[in-house]
Design a protein around this ligand. Structure first.
Ligand code: GMT
Length: 397
């Protein structure tokens, strides 16, 4: 198949999943065209069957705000038309699903109407930004007019159905995946020796440091743990809450025990240094970073927010606590860190769950099947008979 992938290329789970999916599809012999405004972060090497089309966003004095969605639409039209794509797979509803829909309407007028539109929902496009009154009707419209919609967890599917009154059979759950051959625990990790010279246990967190991740809670958890046992915390990534988190570490006298590594791509090596992964999020549709940690044999201590319980099994591959309950998360961490046999059991179970449930060899074929399925059904866009009632309902919410 010839597949176009639209995603946010920079830091963020949706772009990571979209890029890894594109690479995996290319490895399976499909021709994959990425349409993004920057080379996707995880697409740093030459890859057979992969092509990259940059969205050029024109600057003009009249446009006080850049017209990304329209520039993207124009690029999609060009690529679909001249590369003759079968599938256009957009990741993150806003504005990608709308740009995809608009592009397809334009292509229809150009007598190019065989391409199917798939939308994958990742999380905040439904749970946060998608709720904005100015965006909600657009999200609903784009879901109704996609040939297929996927969600990365059951939680996200249910939330979407409830929020946008979308029919159950409109959304297919295809969970995120990990390459367990790449994400495995490496021995003799140098980071470990640098951060914990006295072999202290290492807690780790990886994210884009947005408020929804509650990164300062990782420092509060360390603070509680250190009242009982020594430990270090490694924070990977960058974003709005980094300064606040650094300040908190200094205030609590933990500046020497918290290492901020900044943004990194060599996550499998870095994760190999960790004894526990912390994910104290306020909301999380899936928690890809937790899955990558589990694949490296790192048990996860997280909140029970959103789709996290679908990934991390409480009492088996990690522990879950209420949002903000840093004392409880610290107690769980101490329990695992002071009980080596239990830690070994959790570590092995985490790795096994990644291998047997979320390995890319199990999940990527599910996208291929979905593509095949939509390719054999009639195009829905040509009719353009939008279910008006549903759209009006979303507008009035
Ligand atoms: O939260 C992020 O790190 C970025 C965000 C995105 O859409 O780029 O991530 C969402 O998608 C990821 C991949 O599907 C999920 O693993 C994350 O749970 C989800 N984030 C939230 O729901 C907050």
């Amino acid at each position: 198949m010839k597949i176009g992938i639209v995603c946010y290329p920079t830091y963020g789970g949706s772009g990571v999943v979209a890029t890894e999916l594109g690479i995996a599809l290319a490895e399976r012999g499909h021709e994959v065209h990425f349409i993004t405004y920057e080379v996707p972060m995880r697409l740093q090497q030459y890859q057979e069957n992969v092509f990259y089309h940059e969205v050029d966003i024109p600057n003009y004095p009249l446009f006080e705000f850049q017209l990304y969605s329209l520039a993207l639409t124009g690029k999609i039209v060009e690529v679909v038309r001249y590369e003759n794509l079968d599938i256009l797979h957009v990741h993150y509803a806003i504005p990608h699903a709308i740009s995809g829909y608009l592009a397809r309407q334009i292509l229809h007028d150009l007598h190019c109407n065989h391409t199917k539109l798939i939308t994958t929902l990742h999380g905040t496009d439904i749970t946060l930004i998608g709720l904005e009154p100015s965006f909600a009707p657009l999200v609903k419209f784009s879901l109704l007019h996609s040939d297929a919609v996927t969600a990365v967890s059951r939680f996200l599917k249910e939330r979407t159905m409830a929020q946008f009154q979308v029919e159950e059979d409109k959304i297919v759950v295809i969970p995120n995946f990990v390459d367990t051959n790449l994400y495995h625990r490496r021995k003799n990790c140098r980071l470990r020796q640098q951060v914990a010279p006295n072999n202290e246990p290492i807690l780790m967190h990886i994210s884009n440091f947005r408020p929804i991740k509650r990164v300062p809670d990782t420092v509060r958890i360390l603070h509680h743990i250190r009242q009982h046992i020594p430990a270090k915390l490694v924070l990977v990534g960058d974003g709005p809450q980094r300064s606040e988190t650094e300040m908190l570490a200094r205030e609590l006298g933990l500046a020497e025990d918290v290492k901020f590594l900044g943004k990194h791509t060599a996550l499998a090596q870095i994760l190999s240094a960790a004894d526990l992964f912390l994910l104290p999020s306020q909301s999380e549709s899936f928690g890809l970073a937790a899955l990558e940690a589990m694949s490296c044999g790192v048990p996860v201590i997280a909140t029970s927010a959103g789709g996290i319980p679908e990934v991390v099994l409480h009492g088996e591959t990690g522990y879950l606590a209420e949002i903000g309950n840093v004392e409880r998360m610290a107690r769980y961490a101490i329990d695992l860190l002071t009980n080596p046999r239990k830690w070994e059991r959790f570590s092995a179970a985490a790795r096994r769950r990644a291998e047997t449930v979320f390995d890319k060899s199990l999940i990527v074929p599910r996208y291929e099947q979905l593509y095949q399925q939509v390719l054999t059904t009639r195009s829905s866009i040509a009719e353009a008979s939008a279910p008006r009632v549903a759209i009006e309902a979303a507008t009035s919410e």
